[in-house]
Structure formats: C-alpha cells, structure tokens
Design a binder for this molecule. Structure first.
Ligand SMILES: Cc1ncc(COP(=O)(O)O)c(C=O)c1O
Length: 384
C-alpha cells in the first residue's frame, strides 16, 4: 500500500470478533465443524407481526425512498410508549428520542457529538470494547474504572472518586455491567447521576440487555433529575431478536439529542422505512412474548453453567443478560492458549474475557444465542 493510513486508526485494532469470526469461517471452509458460543447475536426470530409488517412495507413502491433523519413519527412514538411502559420514563417523541442504526453506531454518534481530542472518557473494565475504541479513534484519553469480582462486579464509588472526575467528559455505564451480568441497583444509578452533576460529565448508559433475564428492566432516566446529565442508548438487537436489522435509539434531554442529530444527519440518511415500521410493531410485543424468550434463555443459561462446570470454571448462577461469565480454574495458565485449544481440539469457540479489559483476563463469556441441541453438541465435544 503506498497511501498512508490516517493516524487515528493506528490507535485501534480490527474488532476482536471481526478477526475471530473470519478465523472460524476459515476453519469451517476446511471442513471443521466449529460451534460458536461466543457472540451475542440472537438466533431466535422476531415476532410474526414484525415480519409481516416488514413484508407489507417492502411491497409498497413509495416506501423505498430516503427517510427523515429523525426517524419516522410512528417509530419515535412507539419508542416513547415502550419507554413509559417498560421503565416508567416519559419522553417527548418529537424531541427526546432519536432512532439510530443500532447502539454500537450510537456510541460513535454520541462521542462524535461530545468528545474533543484529549478529553477523558471513562470506560468500565471489563466492559464493551467499543467505548474505548471509539474514544481512541477520536483522539480522546481513555481511563478505565474497575469492576472487580471481590466487589460483586459493582462500581466501587470510593475508588471511582479517587480518579480525577473533573477531567472526565463522558462516563460509559452498562446497567448489566456486561459482560459480568450483574444488574446495577437503583442506588448505584442515583449515585452516578449525583457524581455526573457534581463533576459535570455526561453519563452515557448503554442499555441493550434490559429485557433479557433481568429481575426488572432498569433505565438511568428513571433517576430523578437524570436527564440533566444522562442519555441512554437502547436497541432492538437483543431485546427483540433483531440484531441484523440494525435498529436502536438514543433518548434524553432535547439538547443532547439535537447534538447527536447534528452528527448523525451528516453521516447517514436514515433507516429503511419498512424496517422502522416493523420496529415500531416490535416494541408493542406483549409481555408474554418476552417471557417466552426468557424461558428459552433461562434453559440455555443452565446448560451454559453446566458446560462451564465441566470445564472447571467457576460460575455465579442466574446472571442477567445474554451471556454467562465464568472464571477459569487456576490450572489454566494462559487463557489465550486455552481458548485456542477449545477451538482447535474441541471445535468450540467461547469468548475470552480479556477482550473486555484486563479485569476479565481470567474469565470466559459464553453466549446464550444457540439452540440447546447445539449447546449439547458443544458440551459433548468439550468432554472428549
Ligand atoms: C454492551 C453492548 N452495547 C451495545 C452493543 C451493540 O448492540 P447493537 O446491535 O444495538 O449495536 C452490544 C453488542 O453486543 C453490547 O454488548
């Protein structure tokens, strides 16, 4: 290559799963049957009304044009009703909600709108790697805050306050502390809002798992006065089995939303109308639909716990979200080698916890996005 790459991409590597999935594809092409228990991409279908709405929408010739940058009113209004019903949070659909192409893209949109080069961005360790990679792409300084097993993976506020929080521009949180599956308490959320107000930073809550095996769906916007300092990303990927559709949203005070719209409207041209109309229907799925899906995930979670137990990994039972997080035994000297052995010797891929930060280095994360029969097959292969 004779053209030099931009400096900003020197800061980041290709996304771990992008590389790993290519490796798995290659092994499969060589005839090896690799079971992927790594990635959190739901294998179940969206509800029938969602699919019917999409099909009907696609048939209409007038539905194939560019769409409004703000998303169609039907989708925004459906998000507002869903947010009110699910979290008890009232939002103005014309000003406080902006549909997005998934929440991963939202991490970029939000930080493009608020982060300058050199700004400090606070990210959880372990946590979703996109927070730090996008911050790095923008030339920001990434500072990790620790989530530790000895503190039940909760935020240690004493430690947090020892950091120079006045220098922080955005703090990323995930209400299930993904990948650990530990639900954040209301008390933690209240303290976070107070801290954000005291130190003047934006609290960005990334909340795509709130309906998956949780006790009660939580939103940072439930906290009194949160809108002053907090915004929330949400998504249909996990909660409505629509990961490949790329649909999500950001909600919060209209001034934050306007800033994100300023970025987004210069970067993309809205989502395909039938997708938005189908998403509006998805958000109306009855509680029973979510309950049935969670019953399937609960069975898979038991299976995942049993697979981990046979791998001598320690698991805290009944974790929330779409994954099970487990600690490898002391006998495992090197987790990278261990994961590679599982792939090459047993034909099973499980995500190593170091992908999520150094505090995950002795852990593995198994996804619940495979039918129980496939998990059974993986279990057999791992026992051999
Ligand atoms: C914590 C977290 N946030 C966001 C996302 C991205 O979800 P979406 O499909 O909405 O972009 C993921 C996906 O795995 C995730 O784990």
């Amino acid at each position: 290559m004779i053209i030099q790459q931009a400096q900003r991409i020197q800061q980041v590597q290709e996304y771990y799963f992008s590389k790993k999935l290519a490796e798995i594809r290659q092994l499969r092409a060589q005839g090896k049957n690799i079971i992927n228990l790594g990635i959190g991409s739901p294998d179940l279908a969206p509800s029938n009304t969602v699919i019917d709405t999409l099909i009907e929408g696609v048939k209409q010739p007038q539905n194939h044009a560019y769409q409004s940058y703000q998303g169609v009113p039907e989708f925004r209004e459906s998000i507002a009703s869903y947010t009110a019903q699910t979290y008890g949070v009232k939002l103005d659909p014309s000003k406080e909600i902006l549909p997005l192409i998934g929440s991963k893209e939202g991490v970029m949109h939000l930080m493009m709108a608020f982060v300058n080069p050199g700004d400090k961005v606070l990210v959880p360790n372990p946590g979703y790697p996109t927070y730090s990679s996008v911050a790095q792409l923008l030339g920001a300084e990434v500072q990790a805050y620790d989530l530790m097993e000895e503190n039940q993976w909760k935020i240690d506020f004493e430690q947090l306050e020892k950091l120079d929080l006045d220098a922080v521009k955005i703090m990323w949180i995930n209400p299930l502390h993904m990948p650990t599956g530990k639900e954040m308490s209301v008390d933690e959320m209240q303290k976070l809002v107070q801290l954000a107000k005291k130190h003047g930073f934006l609290l960005a809550s990334d909340n795509p798992y709130s309906l998956v095996l949780t006790e009660k769906p939580q939103s940072i916007l439930q906290v009194d006065g949160a809108k002053e300092v907090a915004v929330e990303l949400n998504s249909l990927s996990k909660s409505h089995n629509m990961a490949g559709w790329r649909l999500g949203w950001i909600s919060g005070d209209s001034e934050y939303i306007q800033a994100v719209l300023r970025v987004k409207s210069n970067m993309d041209s809205g989502m395909f109308l039938p997708l938005q109309l189908a998403a509006a229907e998805a958000l109306k799925n009855p509680d029973e639909w979510h309950h049935e899906r969670n019953c399937i995930y609960a069975k898979r979670r038991k299976k995942a716990e049993s697979i981990f137990s046979d791998l001598d990994c320690e698991v805290e039972p009944n974790q929330a979200g779409l994954f099970v997080w487990a600690k490898v035994s002391d006998a495992v000297k090197d987790v990278t080698t261990f994961v590679d052995q599982l792939i090459h010797e047993a034909g099973v891929f499980i995500t190593p916890g170091f992908v999520f930060g150094s505090n995950g280095s002795r852990y593995l994360r198994m996804s619940l996005c495979n039918p129980i029969e496939v998990m059974d097959q993986a279990h057999q292969q791992l026992k051999k």
